[in-house]
Structures are given as structure tokens and as C-alpha cells.
Design a protein around this ligand. Structure first.
Ligand SMILES: NC(=O)c1ccc[n+]([C@@H]2O[C@H](COP(=O)([O-])OP(=O)(O)OC[C@H]3O[C@@H](n4cnc5c(N)ncnc54)[C@H](OP(=O)(O)O)[C@@H]3O)[C@@H](O)[C@H]2O)c1
Length: 327
């Protein structure tokens, strides 16, 4: 079967290849085989390949944090999921035709859900949900601000906030995105940059913003902190700028603003399996009914991996790049 393998750290399209590997074989007792149909390429995958992530897998390494597909075979003792069921894979190497995992790592998904959307649902919807839930107590009518608002996480966050009656300020680096984000429920969309706090105060009637969600770091963190009310929290979860997060003593000392970090891998390790399944049940229902949806700009087969990785690394994409191993 085909799988993506990384043989060095560096430019993703140069160090990753589609290779022929041994089939995963029949599932053992308590195991299932998932035929992967959709697997997003996320910024975290690119960071792993570039050697900039928290962990550096030994080489050659199999890749692909996310993946979804259908159950191709079940081992002894597995009643659920059954052959043909749609599942999301909690395995960590999903850029392949098939994975063999413990049944508990194949999370059942609604039959009516779009497979491409399921191929993006392990990391980003959960990240948006947990960052909105875990840092600041928010009530209907409260405001939240985020940057990189047109990202996958950003779009899920807009939809989840709206469901809870929260209002969102959304910073982007391309003005042309305003209408698109307003159409999915963004209350305010603002171009990130100079004097952003003043522009946001004008757009929100001086609303007290308690939570800021930061994917970029560097001076972008500082601009978010400038927009927060006293006691507010900046949650940094991404390093898109590659720069250290900036915050001033005036923020922390005079205004009691704090900076925290979120990492899904760590948080998932702290959630009980029952709560994890309940969270994915809720999120997948929202994916199935279209409440949570992110545009897909392009799909690629496994043997087009170099083009797919180049595309995923481009600025100004209109949506995610998803591998479709069964195509
Ligand atoms: N901590 C965690 O556990 C966790 C979990 C999931 C995701 N993440 C992080 O969340 C972030 C978004 O991921 P995603 O999959 O939602 O992204 P995505 O859908 O692939 O979109 C990428 C976004 O990043 C923006 N961007 C890229 N480089 C940038 C830069 N240098 N400065 C400002 N904006 C930049 C893009 O803006 P344009 O459209 O204008 O190019 C776009 O909005 C990533 O940093 C990812 O690593 C973290």
C-alpha cells in the first residue's frame, strides 16, 4: 500500500515521498483497520517536517496527524465500529491508504457527515472548542477576539462562539475576507496592524473583551493584549510568525492581563476517554449538520504529495488542502 514517508527535516515537498510499504495486514483482537479517505495537511504537520515542532520523530517517519475514513476490517471482539462505518482516526500517522489501530482509536462519525470535513476534525474544532471553554468564564453577549480568523481554527471558533451567544472580533491580514467571515457569523472583522485597539474599540462601542486567541505570536500577541479589558487572558496556541510572544509589563502589572498557552496534544492527554468521546460526538454532530465547516481549496492523491505540501504552505489560501488516499 502507499504511504507518505519523511526521510529528513527541511522543506516539506523535498523531504517527503510517497512510498510503497507493507500492508497493515489483518486486525488482531480488539483492533480495526481504517481505509483512510481524507486527511488534512495542517500547519502542525509542516512544523513537524521542518523540525520546528515539540517532538522530532526518528527518521524515516510516517506522517499525518489527522485522518478519517471507513472501517475496512475488524478484529476479534470488536462490535463497534463495524465494517463500512465512518470513523475519525486518533492514530498519529494517517497519510496512508490504511491504518491498523486499537478499536478505541477509531471514533465513530455520523453516516451523513461529509468525509472531507471529517478529515479535518480531530485537531481544529476541538482546539477552538477547548480554548473557548477552558480559560475565561464567558456568558452570552461577551466578546472574544482572535487573529488568523480565516484559518480553520478561526472559522470553527466563530461558529462555536455564535452558538453560545458570544460575539467575536476577528483579525485578518487580507481585507477581502471580511464579507466571507461575516457570512459565517463573525460580528466584527478588522485588518490586523497599527492602531488596531482603537479601531476595535470604535467597532465594538468600547466593549470589554475578556479573551484573546492568538495563532501568530510575536507583535501580534501584543496587539491582542492591547485590546483586552483588565484581567483578560491571551491564549497563544500557534507560532505562525515564528517570533516569541510579546507582551508589556503595563499589560501584566497595571492591567492584570495574562498570557497562557494551549496545546491540544497535552489537553487530550488530560481528558478522560469518556469525555474525549463525548466531545467528539458533539463536534461531529455539528459537522454533520453543517454548523462547523471549513472550505477545502484542493484535494490531492498520496502520489501528489510534493504538490500538496507546497500548496498547503502557501499564503492566502481559500481553504484547507486535504489528501484523499482512496482517489
Ligand atoms: N496548539 C494547538 O494544539 C493547535 C491545534 C490546532 C492548530 N494549531 C495552530 O493553529 C494555527 C491555525 O491552524 P489552521 O489549521 O487552522 O490553519 P489554516 O487553516 O491552515 O490557515 C492558516 C492561517 O494562518 C495564517 N497565516 C499563515 N502565516 C501567517 C503569518 N506569518 N502571519 C499571520 N497569519 C499567518 C493564514 O493567513 P492567510 O490566509 O492570509 O495566508 C491563515 O489564516 C496554526 O498555527 C496551527 O499550528 C494549534
Amino acid at each position: 500500500m502507499k504511504a507518505i514517508q519523511m526521510t529528513g527535516y527541511g522543506t516539506p515537498s523535498e523531504v517527503c515521498q510517497c512510498v510503497e510499504v507493507d500492508d497493515v495486514g489483518e486486525p488482531g483482537p480488539g483492533e480495526v483497520v481504517i481505509a483512510i479517505e481524507a486527511a488534512a495537511i495542517n500547519p502542525a504537520d509542516l512544523l513537524i517536517i521542518e523540525g520546528k515542532y515539540a517532538s522530532k520523530p526518528p527518521l524515516p517517519a510516517a506522517l499525518g496527524i489527522e485522518g478519517a475514513g471507513r472501517i475496512a476490517a475488524v478484529g476479534e471482539g470488536v462490535d463497534n465500529p463495524a465494517v463500512g462505518d465512518r470513523v475519525m482516526s486518533l492514530a498519529r500517522a494517517n497519510w496512508t491508504e490504511r491504518v491498523r489501530v486499537k478499536a478505541g482509536l477509531a471514533v465513530p462519525m455520523p453516516a451523513e457527515a461529509d468525509m472531507l470535513q471529517l478529515g479535518m476534525m480531530k485537531a481544529n474544532p476541538a482546539t477552538a472548542h477547548l480554548m473557548l471553554r477552558d480559560y475565561v468564564e464567558l456568558e452570552a453577549g461577551d466578546w472574544v477576539i482572535q487573529n488568523a480568523a480565516n484559518s480553520g481554527v478561526g472559522r470553527y471558533l466563530i461558529a462555536l462562539a455564535r452558538r453560545r451567544g458570544l460575539k467575536t472580533v476577528n483579525l485578518v491580514r487580507r481585507e477581502s475576507l471580511a464579507r466571507e467571515l461575516q457570512n459565517i457569523g463573525a460580528d466584527v472583522v478588522v485588518l490586523d496592524g497599527d492602531e488596531v485597539a482603537e479601531r476595535i474599540a470604535a467597532a465594538t462601542d468600547g466593549a470589554a473583551i475578556k479573551l484573546a486567541i492568538d495563532a501568530i505570536a510575536g507583535s501580534a500577541t501584543l496587539r491582542l493584549a492591547d485590546c483586552l479589558a483588565d484581567g483578560g487572558v491571551v491564549v497563544n496556541y500557534g507560532l505562525l510568525s515564528g517570533e516569541p510572544c510579546m507582551i508589556r509589563s503595563e499589560h501584566t502589572v497595571f492591567h492584570d492581563i495574562s498570557l497562557k498557552g494551549f496545546w491540544l496534544a497535552k489537553t487530550m492527554g488530560e481528558i478522560t476517554p469518556r469525555d474525549l468521546m463525548a466531545m467528539y460526538d458533539d463536534l461531529s454532530a455539528l459537522i454533520a449538520d453543517g454548523t462547523l465547516s471549513v472550505p477545502v481549496e484542493a484535494t490531492y492523491g498520496l502520489d501528489e504529495i510534493a504538490a500538496a505540501l507546497d500548496h498547503a504552505g502557501r499564503e492566502g489560501r481559500g481553504g484547507k488542502v486535504v489528501l484523499t488516499p482512496a482517489s
